[in-house]
Structure formats: structure tokens, C-alpha cells
Design a protein around this ligand. Structure first.
Ligand code: EPU
Length: 598
């Protein structure tokens, strides 16, 4: 194993869009992986483990270490006449592995023929097709635990498989690297999963149940007709997930579509929800074959976006947004990406830089409140982070609706709340169009959760069904230990807002502190070595619950970030254009709409 620097990894993805990584390594054993995990290349970098690259899109060149498994080998272990365990190395090609199982007379995986990618990715995204999901057949997964640097075996139930989902996409993300997967198969030539339409037709044609090799051949034929061959046309398979909606919502939509003479393909789920066919919706939104630059909605299966030649990432990103927007406009449902966007950029956007009353204050005629400078128009304090391809909102302020419209926010992946004062949570209900049917986790302290459950009782009540239009809030209670949002580590910082304990947040080299009056020494230690610190500075004169400008500057002098931006101003701070005269060179006054990319 050797590290390769500034390496072109285009051939390790199936989209065929040129991309490089700062460092690359391929390992062929746990021992090599252990060695890598102790190297500076690992310790000093963001690490991304890829498989066959068939379900990801690099939005920009990767700035860290890309790892790829070279662990191969397939071992068969016959347990009893009805059970065979097959253990396959993560680097085995999935399609060849399925062919091998069928050739060995092992039933179970034949419906998953010809899916691009490697065995190691199967448990992560729980690959599925034609009525079968890999998770149904996975007995256990042998992984390298990057937290403990030990090899662990996770049982089927510990993997928590769901539709295109597993624990490896959530708390297991960036923690477990798949080394080998153990499948529990049946020694049998008879195919059992033949409920999918075309397979039922095959059964009728044959006049008997098809064998596993007949199913394998049929699936290859169906896929070949509908899906692009990644060796010829770049793509990452289904670009979006099939949306799952509530029954009430489905009936409303179905009635509207019936009136137009349309019947939407839908699949009732065991929990009463309904899965819809996104490919059909994209087609009916008029997008079959639609192109932006070199990116195209694949005409034979609209759920797939392809690189029809020379597409840039920007083309694919623009097309995927356009598809989401058009489907939302047509059907009122926002599609979620199934493809994993790898985005190394970090952008901070100040959505609001004002204190609880905002600037201008209603009724005030002071020079700041009557200033015509747009930088003196301060909405309530809030921020948006774009990190690891996710949109994370800090504090839904009462101005959230206008802030979101101005910033063009179309989706959120998580919300962090600092405390439950109205100016920091008043916009929670305006998250409704964005949350919709999706579960957007909202991270809160215990006291904030209690407060919200009381104030917004109709969203949490258990004594009666929720009003059908209500979007329940997915509260995740946190304490001050670091936690992970899809592999992104967030560290809460204890801050005193007057006497009230609240949270600030640190993410990598960035930290956001608002409403602080005091930060204890050990919490200040969590704020050292920052590239960017956002901190509140209410005004020049003392306030019982907020830093003055001098107190904010004292914190900055103490923790020494490369840069700092001030926020949460009231009108007494003075005109925006005059604040810089009071600041050292590495500190600027924030304003609504300020954007900084790290
Ligand atoms: N449909 C259209 N137009 C389209 C695409 C689909 O009208 O352009 C209709 C079809 O006629 C059918 C329904 O939508 O009535 C569903 O289509 P299909 O059976 O092709 O399956 P899908 O739901 O679009 C899913 C998987 C595919 C998998 C197929 C077959 C997801 C996100 N995708 O697609 O997986 O091959 O089922 O089981 O669940 C992949 O993940 O990369 C992938 C290709």
C-alpha cells in the first residue's frame, strides 16, 4: 500500500466526470488499513471511503484522503442442507458476485443482477431491485471500526436495513468500513421472488416458476432495456429516491391526478405509507430526455440522470435541481437525492444579524433605523451552513420565511438550535414547506425540547391525532457531548446567556456563538484553532445577557481565530459603515446575506 497524491479518480466513479483527490490509498488487508489509520494522511485529513463509485457524485475535487478497499475473495460455507453462508470481500464486483452465486446454485440474490458497484456498498445503501433488497439476505457485516481501530462483526439487526438505507448511512457513517459481507443463501435452483410485474409475466409464459438462472437472464434483459450501461454512458443509477408519503396526502394527490385521467404508480408500505414512482413523476413533469449541458434525464428511465458526454458536475447539479423544482411544482412533492453528493466546500451564510427586535426597530426614528444602507437592515439572528453537501440551519428565527426566500433555500438536512428564546425559534412552523414529508432532525438541549413541546403542543400531542396538515418536528435531544449529523461532527459549546445556559456550536474550524454573556475557561478551550468564529456583540454599553462589543473582542483576543464576524447587533451599535473603525483587521461586522466560503 502506498499513498498517491493529487490522484485522478475519475475511473473509480461511474459518472465519468473528471475528479481528483488530494490523497488516495487502496488497502488489501485489515493490517494495511490499521497502518493507514495511524498515518498523518489519515489524521490530518477528511477521509472518504468509496466502493465502486456507482452511487456518488463529486461536486468538487476532494481535499482529503480517499480510501478504496482491495479486499477480494469469495468463500462458501455449507451450514446445513437448507443454508449456505457466502462471505465476499468488499472489493468484489457486485454483478460478478451475483453471477457466481447463481452459477453455484445458490438462490436469493438473482433479482439483484447487473447492479453496478462493489459488494462493500451493498449493506451501506441496502441495494435493491425487482422486489429484493440486499439487506434481506445479509447475515452479518465484518467492519473496521475507525473509532476503536478494531475489526467488528455487525449482525443483520444491528445494520438496521430500510429502503435504500442502513445504520451505515447514519451513526455508522465514517465509523465502519465494510471489510467483508456474509450472505445467507438457499441451495436451490428455484427462484422465489417473482412478484415483480415482468417476472410474473415470465412465470406465465413458462407455465411454471422460473429457475434462478432464468430470473438472472430476465433481469439482465430488463435492466439492459431500461438502464444505461455505466461502461458506455456515465450515470449513478437512480438519482432520486422514490418518495414515501402519508395515506392522507396520497389520497389528495391521487384525486387530483385522477381528475386529469392520470394513475400514479404507487406501492403501499407495511406501515400504511405509500411509495410513489419518482421516474413516472419526472416523466409526467415533461422532463423525459431533458438536458442541461451534457447532463440528461435518461429517456428510457427518467429516475436516472446521465452524462451523455462532456457533462460537468455543475450540469448534473443544475439538472437535478431543475428536476426537483419541476416535480415539486407539478406534484407538490420534493424529491430526495439517492446519489451521495461529495462536497468538500464549507460555506457560511448569515441569514440574520439583528437582535430580538430586529433593525430597524418598529417605531424607531434613530439614524440607524432610518438608514438607507441595506447593511443596516438586520433580521433576527440566524445562519445557514453548507457543509459536506448538507444544508444546516442554525436557529429558525421569526424572519425565517423571508430569509429562506432571499437565500433560495430549497431543502434542509438538519437544524441546530442554540436556545428557545422567541427570536431563535419563532420560525419553526415556517419550516413546514421544507420539512414536508421528510424527517429533518432538529437538535436541541433538553430544556429547549421541553419548552417547545409546551409551546407547540399541537405538534406533539399524543391525546389526539395530529391535524393532517401539521409537519411534526423531529426533535433530537443533545447534551454537550459531540454528536454526528451524517458523519459530520458537531461539538456543542456551553455558553451563558445572562444566567441561562445555552449552546453555541463548533464544526471543524468553524464556530457559531450567539447570545453569550459569559463563556467559561474550559469552554473557551473548545474555541481555539478556529478559521472562522461568529460571535454576538449587541452594542457598546453593558447588557445583562449579551456581550458588548468590547466583551466580544476580548473573547476573540483570547481564542485567536484566524477571522471573526460579529452578529446579533441592536441599533445602538451604530451604522454598519462605521463599525469597522472600532475593530481589529481580522474582525468584520456581519450583515444579512454575508457569505464566507472556507
Ligand atoms: N416509470 C415511468 N417512467 C419512467 C420511469 C418509471 O413511467 O421514466 C414507471 C414505470 O413504468 C413503473 C414505475 O414507474 O410503473 C416504477 O418504475 P421501475 O419499475 O423502473 O422502478 P423504479 O421505482 O423507477 C426502482 C429502483 C431501481 C431498480 C428498480 C427495479 C429506486 C430509487 N430505484 O426504480 O434501482 O432497478 O426499482 O426494481 O428505488 C438504482 O438504485 O440505481 C436503481 C436503478
Amino acid at each position: 500500500m502506498e499513498f498517491e497524491y493529487n490522484k485522478d479518480i475519475t475511473s473509480l466513479t461511474t459518472f465519468g466526470i473528471p475528479v481528483k483527490t488530494a490523497v488516495f490509498a487502496e488497502y488489501t488487508s485489515e493490517k494495511e488499513l490499521l497502518k493507514i489509520s495511524r498515518s498523518p494522511e489519515w489524521l490530518d485529513n477528511d477521509v472518504l471511503h468509496i466502493g465502486g463509485g456507482s452511487n456518488l457524485l463529486f461536486v468538487n475535487d476532494f481535499k482529503g484522503l480517499v480510501l478504496h478497499s482491495g479486499i477480494k475473495g469469495i468463500v462458501r460455507y455449507d451450514k446445513d442442507p437448507d443454508t449456505v453462508y457466502v462471505i465476499a470481500g468488499a472489493a468484489e464486483n457486485w454483478a460478478r458476485f451475483v453471477d457466481w452465486c447463481v452459477a453455484e446454485g445458490l438462490a436469493g440474490l438473482e433479482n439483484l443482477a447487473d447492479i453496478p458497484g462493489e459488494v462493500g456498498a451493498a449493506p451501506v445503501q441496502n441495494v435493491g431491485a425487482y422486489g429484493v433488497e440486499a439487506g434481506d439476505l445479509i447475515h452479518s457485516v465484518e467492519c473496521f471500526d475507525t473509532f476503536t481501530r478494531k475489526t467488528v462483526t455487525l449482525r443483520h439487526d444491528e445494520c438496521r436495513f430500510a429502503y435504500r438505507d442502513s445504520m451505515f448511512k447514519h451513526e455508522g457513517k465514517d465509523r465502519y468500513y465494510v471489510l467483508r459481507v456474509s450472505f445467507k443463501l438457499r441451495p436451490s435452483l428455484e427462484a422465489r421472488n417473482i412478484s415483480y410485474g415482468p417476472l410474473r409475466r415470465l412465470t406465465e409464459q413458462l407455465g411454471r416458476n422460473p429457475s434462478i438462472s432464468e430470473v438472472l437472464a430476465e433481469i439482465k434483459k430488463i435492466r439492459g432495456a431500461k438502464l444505461p450501461d455505466p461502461a458506455v454512458i456515465g450515470s449513478a443509477g437512480s438519482f432520486f429516491k422514490n418518495p414515501v408519503i402519508g395515506e392522507f396526502h396520497f389520497r389528495e394527490l391521487d384525486n387530483l391526478l385522477c381528475a386529469e385521467g392520470l394513475e400514479i404508480p404507487h406501492y403501499p408500505q407495511p406501515d400504511g405509507s405509500i411509495k410513489l414512482a419518482a421516474g413516472w413523476m419526472i416523466e409526467k413533469a415533461g422532463l423525459k430526455g431533458y438536458c442541461i449541458g451534457g447532463a440528461q434525464v435518461y429517456p428510457d428511465q427518467c429516475l436516472v440522470l446521465v452524462n451523455k458526454g462532456g457533462a460537468s458536475t455543475a450540469d448534473v447539479v443544475a439538472l437535478s435541481r431543475y428536476v426537483c423544482d419541476r416535480v415539486q411544482a407539478r406534484f407538490g412533492i420534493r424529491l430526495e437525492k439517492e446519489v451521495n453528493f461529495i462536497d468538500s466546500s464549507f460555506t457560511f451564510r448569515m441569514l440574520g444579524s439583528g437582535t430580538s427586535k430586529g433593525v430597524p426597530e418598529v417605531g424607531c426614528m434613530c439614524p440607524v433605523c432610518t438608514s438607507s444602507d441595506i447593511h443596516d437592515k438586520r433580521r433576527r439572528c440566524s445562519a445557514l451552513l453548507h457543509v459536506k453537501g448538507m444544508n444546516i440551519l442554525i436557529d429558525p428565527s421569526p424572519d425565517f420565511r423571508q430569509q429562506a426566500l432571499d437565500a433560495g433555500i430549497r431543502s434542509l438536512d438538519a437544524v441546530l438550535i442554540t436556545h428557545s428564546h422567541f427570536d431563535h425559534i419563532g420560525g419553526l412552523e415556517d419550516l413546514r414547506p421544507i420539512i414536508g414529508e421528510h424527517q429533518v432532525p432538529i437538535y436541541v438541549r433538553e430544556d429547549v425540547a421541553e419548552d417547545l413541546r409546551r409551546r407547540l403542543y399541537y405538534l406533539f400531542r399524543e391525546d389526539a391525532p395530529l391535524y393532517p396538515g401539521a409537519a411534526p418536528l423531529d426533535l433530537h435531544v443533545i447534551d454537550d457531548t459531540p454528536f454526528s449529523i451524517n458523519g459530520l461532527t458537531v461539538e456543542p459549546i456551553n455558553v451563558l446567556h445572562g444566567k441561562k445556559p445555552i449552546f453555541g456550536y463548533r464544526i471543524g474550524d468553524f464556530a457559531y456563538i450567539t447570545d453569550a454573556k459569559k463563556i467559561e475557561e474550559e469552554e473557551r478551550d473548545k474555541l481555539r484553532d478556529l478559521k472562522l468564529l461568529i460571535v454576538n456583540a449587541l452594542r457598546l454599553t453593558d447588557h445583562f445577557a449579551h456581550f458588548t462589543l468590547d466583551e466580544a473582542l476580548e473573547l476573540i483576543r483570547d481564542v485567536k481565530p484566524e477571522r471573526a464576524v460579529l452578529t446579533h447587533f441592536n441599533h445602538e451599535i451604530g451604522l454598519h459603515s462605521e463599525i469597522p473603525n472600532l475593530l481589529p483587521p481580522n474582525v468584520i461586522p456581519g450583515y444579512d446575506g454575508l457569505e464566507i466560503t472556507l
